[in-house]
Ligand binder design. Structure first.
Ligand SMILES: Nc1ncnc2c1ncn2[C@@H]1O[C@H](COP(=O)(O)OP(=O)(O)OP(=O)(O)O)[C@@H](O)[C@H]1O
Ligand SMILES: [Mg+2]
Length: 165
């Protein structure tokens, strides 16, 4: 029987300001590397909760240079770092859960790529579970971030994150 610490499935932390959001995004970007298969992160929380701020810092830390625009209008922004594709999606404007399928986004989820989705709940139950779900809640002047793991990979990244935080 293994004596190692059980893998974490959930972790809550308080982010007092935007710098804290950026820092945790940088730490998570370290935890997911080296990237040799899919990395799927879903970001939930009210308008202005910090989903895009987190994603910008995460993509930047993975080597994305140049402007990182919010995909609120275009729905999708794509990047490449060496041979790795990175996709930042925002489903806020979807009115019905089938729209993400009709928009042709299913292929993206099949790729060995980094995929971050804001407002995944707008796809209803049609999306596969992510590796990690990050939920940003307003709390006082800052944010409470609740991270839950939905895959073995996600659990091990979460464990690394908590050890380094
Ligand atoms: N931990 C934090 N505490 C306080 N403010 C924060 C924190 N993290 C980010 N912010 C601020 O909150 C705002 C977050 O905006 P952002 O565009 O990231 O929200 P969003 O969740 O992507 O919203 P939307 O649903 O409209 O896409 C920014 O103004 C940022 O400076
Ligand atoms: Mg956003």
């Amino acid at each position: 029987m293994s004596s190692s610490t059980p893998l974490l499935a959930a972790y809550d932390l308080f982010l007092p300001d935007e710098d804290a959001t950026i820092r945790i995004a940088q730490l998570l970007s370290q935890a997911v590397q080296p990237i040799d298969s899919k990395v799927h992160l879903y970001l939930e929380g009210d308008l202005g909760a910090g989903k895009t701020a987190f994603t910008r810092a995460f993509l930047r830390a993975l080597g994305v240079t140049g402007r990182i625009k919010s995909p609120s209008y275009a729905l999708l922004e794509s990047y490449a770092v060496s041979n790795l594709n990175l996709y930042h999606l925002d489903f806020y404007r979807f009115n019905n859960p089938r729209e993400w399928v009709e928009a042709g986004f299913r292929d993206i989820l099949e790729e060995n790529a980094v995929v971050l989705i804001e407002w995944p709940e707008k796809a209803g139950g049609l999306l596969p579970p992510p590796d990690l779900n990050l939920h940003f809640h307003y709390q006082d002047e800052g944010r409470l971030l609740s991270i839950t793991a939905h895959s073995t990979k996600g659990q091990s990244w979460l464990k690394t994150l908590t050890q380094n935080n």
